[in-house]
Ligand binder design. Structure first.
Ligand SMILES: *Cc1c(COP(=O)(O)O)cnc(C)c1O
Length: 428
């Protein structure tokens, strides 16, 4: 009896369903923004990485249209074989200017920039040290490189130092970290990482995907935020988050960029960015530099939401009662400086003054994936798009909120009120 070689897939999917790990895509029927049409329903959007509200900005749209009219829709081939457009070079110059690096190189996505860079920099004789919470693209880039990979505990410098001790047994060493951790919203300890990298003759690569355009006075990212501009390191990022377009980049020394152009298969053997994406990103980089008020507004919103949550769940904790199982007391709540906890079955934020907020990603830890899905669904029915993030993406379930410069105070107030009543209704 021949068996169906594809027959394993349905049972595999059934297992995913049983674990509450099954995922589905929902359709957006409008321009990106703080308000979107989700499956035909108008919702306030806390699910987008478009931090500055640029993906729906008329200037980016017009730039994309003009580039398409001038250069067509496709780049028609690898840049080395088919040539590129002046737009590609302009964008690379603009990114290098923003980052204050000698040069930059644009990839087809941030994911590909990580795969293509990590695998070009190290190989079998080398060592990679990686934060355990790094983005999937850094993890897979590390695997692709064939180097020895050691993961250090999240942001644990002492653990990293220990793992660096046998560094001399390897040819090269590369430390990999997200700058803003995408699913937790906390920041890597960049100055200390740079110090360790220098001490152990290691390269350091940071992924600025959620920091570019957002952190630092000029929006250059976490490197600028920590005053580390000009230090030797490799910066990777995406054009698809605060820059509102599509694509990825690497920024660093001219030698690094020259090397990648010659040795990174993820850049060499793939088609150049489309003229539309390139022009939109170029327009976005200019806006990031010219309109710092967008960042000011974003941080205002982050502060306001934290304040509202604090008021709602700390000053009136009796308003919401939960069995302790609903929200895990053991889960950290990193965006609230690990102070979000359950006391006596209450859902509360402990009373610490808020230091300067670090990132526009806020997570509400939840005990299990089923609760996470229920909460996200109920919020959506009330008009809020606030996605549940679950294993295997992250070790523990959570509601992940991303803030935008274009959220209004009313959006935030309405959300906190809805969160409060939804949590009440979800409980017996
Ligand atoms: C989103 C993201 C990427 C991937 O970028 P894309 O341009 O969307 O492929 C890489 N790293 C991190 C940390 C991210 O959050």
């Amino acid at each position: 009896m021949p068996t169906d070689p594809y027959g394993w897939m349905e049972p595999a999917l059934a297992t995913i369903h049983r674990a509450n790990w099954y995922r589905q895509v929902q359709s957006i029927g409008s321009r990106p923004g703080a308000l979107v049409l989700l499956e035909g329903q108008q919702v306030i959007n806390f699910a987008s990485n478009d931090y500055l509200g640029l993906a729906g900005d008329d200037r980016l749209i017009q730039a994309a249209i003009a580039a398409t009219q001038k250069y067509g829709t496709g780049s028609t081939g690898s840049r080395l074989i088919s040539g590129h457009r002046d737009l590609h070079q302009d964008l690379e110059r603009a990114i290098a200017d923003l980052k204050q690096t000698e040069a930059a190189l644009v990839f087809s996505s941030g994911y590909l920039a990580n795969l293509g860079t990590v695998s070009a920099l190290v190989g079998k004789r080398d060592l990679i040290l990686a934060d355990q919470y790094n983005h999937s693209s850094l993890k897979n880039g590390a695997i692709l490189s064939g180097a020895t990979i050691l993961e250090y505990a999240h942001c644990d410098l002492e653990n990293l130092r220990q793992l660096l001790e046998p560094r001399d047994r390897y040819r090269r060493c590369l430390i990999l970290t997200d700058s803003v951790f995408s699913m937790d919203g906390d920041l890597c300890p960049l100055p200390e990482l740079l110090h360790l990298a220098e001490q152990f003759d290691s390269m350091l690569l940071i992924d600025e995907a959620h920091a570019t355009g957002v952190l630092g006075k000029t929006g250059a990212g976490c490197v600028e935020h920590f005053g580390c501009t000009g230090r030797s390191l490799i910066q990777i990022g995406t054009l698809s988050k605060a820059l509102g377009s599509l694509g990825g980049y690497v920024a660093g020394s001219a030698t690094l960029i020259d090397f990648l152009r010659n040795r990174s298969p993820g850049w060499i053997y793939t088609t150049g960015l489309s003229p539309a994406d390139t022009a939109a990103a170029l327009a976005a980089v200019a806006i990031v530099q010219q309109e710092p008020q967008r960042r000011t507004q974003l941080w205002q919103n982050v502060n306001d939401l934290k304040h509202l949550l604090d008021q709602e769940f700390s000053f009136q904790p009796s308003a919401i009662r939960h069995p302790p199982s609903v929200i895990s007391s053991s889960s950290p709540f990193p965006n609230f400086n690990s102070k979000f906890k359950i006391q006596n079955s209450k859902f509360s934020l402990s009373h610490t003054p808020h230091p300067t907020p670090h990132t526009p990603i806020l997570c509400l830890p939840l005990d299990n994936p089923a609760i996470a899905i229920q909460l996200a669904r109920a919020l959506q029915q009330s008009g809020f798009f606030a996605p549940a993030v679950r294993p295997p993406t992250v070790p523990t379930s959570r509601l992940r909120l991303t803030l935008m410069a274009t959220h209004t105070p009313t959006h935030l107030e309405q959300f906190v009120a809805a969160l409060k009543s939804t949590l009440q209704n979800l409980l017996p």
